[in-house]
Design a protein around this ligand. Sequence first.
Ligand SMILES: Nc1ncnc2c1ncn2[C@@H]1O[C@H](COP(=O)(O)OP(=O)(O)O)[C@@H](O)[C@H]1O
Ligand SMILES: [Mg+2]
Length: 460
Amino acid sequence: MAQLVAFCAKPICLRNLFSTQAYFTCWPADPCGPRPYKLRISGATGPTEMSEPSEKNKTPIVERKPDEIEPSAASLALKRRIRQQEILAELGVSALHGASFSQLLDDTARMTAEGVQAEFCKVMEHIPTEKHFLVRAGVGWEPGIVGVVTIGDDLASPGGFALRTGQPVISNHLENEERFRTPELLERYGIRRAMNVILQGEGRPFGVLEVDSRSEHEFSRDDIAFLQGAANLLGMAIEHERYERSLKTALERQQVLLKEITHRVKNSLAIVASMLKLQASEVNDPAVIPQLEEAAYRVSAVAKAHERIHQADGPDQLDLGGYVKDVCQDLNDALPTCHIEVAVEPGIMVLPDRAVPIALTANELITNAAKYAYQGNQHGTIWVRLAHSADDMIELSVRDEGRGLPPDFEIRCAPGLGMRIIRALSQQLDATIEVRRLDLGTEFVVTVPCRLSVERQPPD
Ligand SMILES: Nc1ncnc2c1ncn2[C@@H]1O[C@H](COP(=O)(O)OP(=O)(O)O)[C@@H](O)[C@H]1O
Ligand SMILES: [Mg+2]
């Protein structure tokens, strides 16, 4: 190997480096070899010249390419450790990025095998009730192994040994192993050495991570540290998966309970409404009958909201149009002298807290139209319209073609119960009510901001 010795023809300072000539002398390692070369470097742009060897040996000394250099065992081991660190980092990233659980199992098996240069790897899930491990993921195995094959979890199997002792297990000579027997699967594949580490989350162990190899190269202590690192990462992901699963179960249970409660509330309200109707049919006082009936309609309107929550719309929101339509349908059946024409915009989703006061307002306005616009047995139509209006508002209109409002009617101070309820609800909704006296009949237009929630205020 040639040694490089440099000397300068004149002192080099950085400023005039490019105008400077430097001479390098190459000394052959072998003192009996050719005489030294002189290498002159003449500035940045100038060509590099080499003086001719003065003696007969003209064979150039060529640097050997890195791959021709026999790597030392230490550099190989270092390379392997670096790759193992990279693998652990990659696994950590994919676990953090929320790779699916099965993907993570596959990645761990594949990359762990690569990290210790083993042909086989498997993630074995412990199934205590069956007293065995199930091969959940793996590399190197033929089809029909992963997801199918089971291995006993007794102390006499390497996996069982690792699981029960909690200790990583290296067996570089399975054929001479006395601590445990070689499982049939490993024998079938001609496996000579194996390493096992426990896959431990915070709860009970998930199973073991095992790498297997047919080659004679032995697994080292560093390999087992790497394997344990991979197993720890997977253990964290397993814990995360368990946590998510238990959250999902809790959420499902909560939804079932919520449905059940909603269903019960709806049933209870329906019973109350029926009892009020029954009482209305029992009393003889003509002044009390409509009051009991109206009370029943109000309760039914609230019950309808719970029915919709229970059915499809979910606990957080209601399709307001569908809900108002339901309420109108009930009133249509209950008010035989009137026909209710409903036109609602679908897809206006609001919180039940907001939907109920809107539907109750519609209920009051419809019953009033039936009661006062078309008095007695006079037949008439009531038009109900619900739509989004400009500026993110919801507009509810109830119109009739009846006898019109009394001349002294003033919505702000009308003393009747119905109007008091409407005022309280509109205050709760932050809504405005416009009263339109038409040539024929009356129209009430209620404009409600499309807000999601509502502050509860008791009616006055
Ligand atoms: N669509 C309508 N057509 C005619 N009059 C109406 C209409 N709606 C309300 N009114 C009048 O408003 C008054 C107050 O209604 P409301 O407060 O609901 O009373 P009640 O509780 O008796 O139903 C009624 O007595 C009626 O004169
Ligand atoms: Mg009324």
